[in-house]
Design a binder for this molecule. Sequence first.
Ligand code: XIL
Length: 344
Amino acid sequence: VQDLVPLRDTVDFPLGVAIDSRETSGAASELLLRHFGQVTGENHMKVEAWYDAQQRFQRHAEATALLDYAQANDLRLYGHVLVWHSQSPEWFFEREDGTALTSSEADKAFMRERLRTHVFDVARSIAEDYGPYGSDTNPLVAWDVVNEVVSDANEPGDGLRRSAWYSILGEEYIHLAFRYADEAFNEVYAAEGTDRPVALFINDYNTEQGAKQDRYRALVERLLAAGVPVDGVGHQFHVSLTTPVSSLTVALDRFADLPVVQAVTELDVTVGTPVTEANLVAQGHYYRDAFDVFRDFHARTGDMYSVTVWGLTDNRSWRSTQAPLLFDGALQAKYAYYGAAGLD
Ligand code: XIL
């Protein structure tokens, strides 16, 4: 692992990276620990990860590995994700006899209970083995409570994604997810005398794009007005070289007047294909400008909760053919790293 300036020393907010157990040992771990102070599970705390084939609640070995690694290395752990339309088991939206849940009162009641049970099972499973939230032994600091609930199209009325969650409960599922998470993480399983140990986030993509940003803002306003315990607004920022960096500033500023912190939750910058030297240089400039936006936003507001890069090395990225990350498959720093760090 190269002897580089730790990227996390170049920013005043926690710097995170999405991983699974492949990054928790050897040279990858060494690279991770040098540059990052926070981790997100890329896949293994999603809804489907918490159940076995018999629909029984379990904690996946990968989730345990993540918790152990974070605990052992003093890393903050950002939970991802309690409620999402994707990577959730199909049976989650079905009755016990396998028929689809509807928006009948009986089915709504069933779904509210299923949601509450899921959130409490996750909270309890972690607290049982790692101690209460807010204690030194429990690395969990935040959760994406709901993910991608805003529609990409301009749905009439509320602008929410027409997901299985939505078709059963309407907007109520979003309110309930936060209320249950607040109860579980910040009341029932919190360390005594600790003030809100787990920050509760809403998270979405394309929040740098105008119309979706309008819908996102309107939803967050409705949640706050209804007294829903949302602490933070997440911006995935899966961007490309053609995304104006100025739109990232606009996205963050758009929520700056609200009583919430903000997080960049899944940053990556695709360069198109084929990947060329020129594109990788341009990507370095992009990361330089984007990190300047984040530093500047935090200097102005103090509200940048964390910035997370969606993977450690290009070969491990969900968009690996477009080399979107800071380090290459040989764990070498790309121009992207030097740009993000503000080095030449
Ligand atoms: C992605 C993972 O990176 C992939 O490994 C997986 O196959 C699919 O999900 N928005 C999110 C993340 O909130 O959970 C997604 O992660 C990327 C888009």
